[in-house]
Ligand binder design. Structure first.
Ligand SMILES: NC(=O)NC1=NC(=O)NC1=O
Length: 174
């Protein structure tokens, strides 16, 4: 699908295709539909980013709370979205040793207790070791710092999900 086809979508199809570029936050996609036509994929990504940046702190924290824990109960119970399942698998979250899994679980709980929202990182840009290192380090940050850092990671996840939806078809249309 190229950007011309994206701009031609009605809002039902737009939300149906792009509704999970920000995990479990289709309202963001539904809202930015009004900003079409998007000149490029980057313009669509920028519209999403601007919508997020304009939210109050509670809205940003709400977005973070829609993200499943890495190697958490959703992964264990098979209830991850397709996108999250693929992302977590690529980062090796489904192949942790029992020691690594219990460390992830403990650190995730510590992080959530401290901040009131989950640790979010773009799994596709990190491996297992770096995720554990980042989780350990970021637990020591201030809440405001982690709110912004988590949103930065949400935007990276969103960019990669958008590229998978719009660019991946492009090579087929030689
Ligand atoms: N808590 C998280 O960071 N979750 C996730 N990051 C990803 O890249 N995919 C997820 O499900």
């Amino acid at each position: 699908m190229d950007i011309t086809a994206v701009n031609a979508l009605n809002y039902e199809d737009f939300v149906s295709i792009f509704g999970n570029v920000v995990e479990k936050c289709p309202i963001i996609t539904a809202a930015v539909w009004s900003r079409r036509p998007f000149v490029t994929l980057n313009a669509l990504e920028a519209a999403i980013s601007e919508f997020i940046d304009d939210l109050p702190e509670s809205g940003k924290e709400g977005i973070l709370r829609c993200h499943p824990d890495l190697a958490g109960r959703d992964l264990q119970s098979g209830t991850l979205t397709r996108e999250s399942r693929e992302e977590q698998a690529r980062a090796g979250m489904d192949a942790l040793s029992s020691g690594e899994a219990s460390r992830m679980s403990r650190l995730n709980e510590e992080y959530k207790t401290r901040f009131g929202f989950p640790f979010v990182i773009c799994a596709r840009m990190n491996d297992k070791a770096n995720i554990l290192r980042q989780l350990t380090e970021r637990c020591g940050n201030e809440r405001a710092v982690e709110r912004e850092r988590g949103i930065e990671e949400v935007k990276k996840i969103c960019r990669l999900r958008l590229q998978g939806l719009v660019l991946c078809d492009a090579p087929n249309k030689l």
